[in-house]
Design a binder for this molecule. Sequence first.
Ligand code: NAD
Ligand code: ZN
Ligand code: ZN
Length: 362
Amino acid sequence: MRAAVMRANNAPLGLEEVVIDDPGLREVLVKTAASGICHSDLTVIEGGLPVPPPCILGHEPAGIVEAVGEGVTDFAPGDHVIGCVTAWCGVCKFCTSGRPYLCLTQYAGRAAGAKPPLTAADGTPIGQFANLSSFAEKMLCPERSLVKIRDDMPLDRACLIGCGVTTGLGAALNTVHIPAGASVVIVGCGGVGLAALQGARIVGAGKIVAVDAQPWKFELARRLGATDCVDATQGDPVAAVHRVTSGGADFVFECIGLVRTVEQAIAMTGRGGTTVLVGVVPITEKVAISAADVTLQEKKITGSYMGSNRFRFDMPKYIDFYLDGRLHLDEMISSRIGLDEVNGAFDRMRKGEVARQVIVFV
Ligand SMILES: NC(=O)c1ccc[n+]([C@@H]2O[C@H](COP(=O)([O-])OP(=O)(O)OC[C@H]3O[C@@H](n4cnc5c(N)ncnc54)[C@H](O)[C@@H]3O)[C@@H](O)[C@H]2O)c1
Ligand SMILES: [Zn+2]
Ligand SMILES: [Zn+2]
């Protein structure tokens, strides 16, 4: 099969013929229909998340089951599925206490010494990213990385739910509880931020302020529910948010992953408010916060990983939201491209020219 392989950091992905193994115990072979491109893929390419090359990236897929391995009970050939990064074991303390997205086995892959799922034409192993590797015509996934979805859901939109939508929407719906009428700020209107913004709208937030450095995003943000917009390149965005929210917001979602914007997000949070860190700051960097500010104003800071998802429960619900008109996905897709255009897509993402780009396989 054809796949886009990361052979080195900070270099273009190369299109290669890759060999994918047959499904083994509790594994499912999926024909990839579509894969969104998430900023976390770019963070890996740029070395901000430790994933060694060679590796096939891509972790926002939807597809159709082609074959199932021994012991698979939840899927059959022909099923439409979404793949998710947060595979779960079902028995650890995180899984059994209702937070399967924190399960420590989620990146375990095949047992040590087993045949690798992906190999180059010369037989050398190629790493699989998050049990998915969706920049490829097929994926070999543990069944607990997948959820079956309705057949009437278009797969080129379903894929967005695999990472960005679940991450942003779930940050607003699962990680925190936003009371109706509360003020919400979204810092960064990419795929993740626009999904958090829609979550705020769905739960009935009051003011919803979109902050971005690309003013063209504001028309889109308003269509998806923003009441106010702040151009981060014009003056001080923290002061602008304080003006619009009368002294700081009840909830601020940082959806970029830069030290500077995390600091701004905490400063945009009002007394008693909550900062939700959704963007992934490169692991080599540290953020300075005023502890006194957090204590004396009783601010809360929380991380939000993959929308605090229980994805077999959440994703079919998000699809219902789309099909009943509450969740807007069509507007979030800036372009549909072929796998051979993936490097250009990362260039456009670096420049902030897009909301979400989707690779469509034929
Ligand atoms: N927490 C999680 O589980 C999780 C899951 C997926 C992605 N992420 C992370 O979420 C973040 C966003 O991902 P995405 O795919 O939406 O990214 P994206 O590149 O599509 O969007 C980023 C947005 O931030 C804007 N921006 C950049 N610099 C800015 C600045 N200084 N001020 C204001 N706006 C600025 C860009 O214009 C763009 O609209 C990334 O850090 C990604 O790694 C986290
Ligand atoms: Zn992602
Ligand atoms: Zn577990």
